[in-house]
Design a protein around this ligand. Structure first.
Ligand SMILES: O=C[C@H](O)COP(=O)(O)O
Length: 214
């Protein structure tokens, strides 16, 4: 299982969480990665944790003030990027452009979507993976794998119908090992989560709990 921890803009210590991600990754067969804010990518990557960007823009080098260039996050140490997170929604053409920008820079991609229909459209753009996240469950602590298993199974089917090479993750409310196991039982290859780790008093203990049954 792939456990991708998005730090969003939570007021956690990104380096401390990254060190916990690195250490727990070394103790499990699961793959762990962390997605800090862009300004923290370099310091996070220096810990040795697998580091992702939260977003890249559909741009090339040039006159794009305030945008995030795929090559720049690679220079800082990122190896992958989220695209179209529920909190950073893009138009379809821009999702396509961001996937192409990430490919150009050799970044792995996870395109997020709200439901199975959008997952099918996202998979058609050829990312490495898609992630289904019902927005109403994000940050609630109520896991999608238990609260809305149908949307996860439908997303797995929708992606497979379009491109069986595209992996499927699910996210929203996942914070325990049982949640991750339940997600795996629904057919996903990974989970995308945030508050369960970024807001935990002890992020390392939260991560250890997440991978303990894997
Ligand atoms: O990127 C992570 C997702 O939006 C899930 O967030 P959450 O684990 O806080 O529900």
């Amino acid at each position: 299982m792939f456990v991708l921890v998005n730090l969003k803009t939570y007021p956690c210590d990104p380096v401390a969480v990254a060190e916990a991600v690195r250490d727990v990754d070394e103790s499990t067969d699961a793959r762990l990665a962390v997605a800090p804010q862009a300004a923290h990518i370099e310091r996070v990557a220096e810990t040795g944790a697998e580091t992702w960007a939260q977003h890249v823009d559909p741009i090339e080098h040039g006159s794009n003030t305030g945008h995030t260039l795929a090559e720049s996050v690679v220079d800082a140490g990122a190896v992958g990027t989220l695209i179209n997170h529920s909190e950073q929604r893009l138009k379809l053409a821009d999702i396509d452009g961001s996937v192409r920008a990430a490919e150009r820079a050799d970044l792995e991609t996870v395109v997020c979507a709200n439901n199975a229909e959008q997952i099918g459209a996202a998979a058609a753009l050829g990312p490495d993976a898609v992630a289904v996240e019902p927005p109403e469950l994000i940050g609630t602590g109520t896991p999608v794998s238990q609260a809305d298993p149908d949307i996860v199974e439908d997303a797995v089917e929708a992606a497979a119908n379009v491109d069986s090479e595209v992996s499927v993750l699910c996210g929203a409310g996942i914070s325990t090992g049982d949640d991750v196991v339940a997600a795996g039982d629904l057919g996903v290859e990974g989970v995308l989560l945030a508050s369960g780790v970024a807001k935990a008093d002890d992020p390392q203990a939260a991560l250890e709990d997440l991978v303990e049954p894997l």
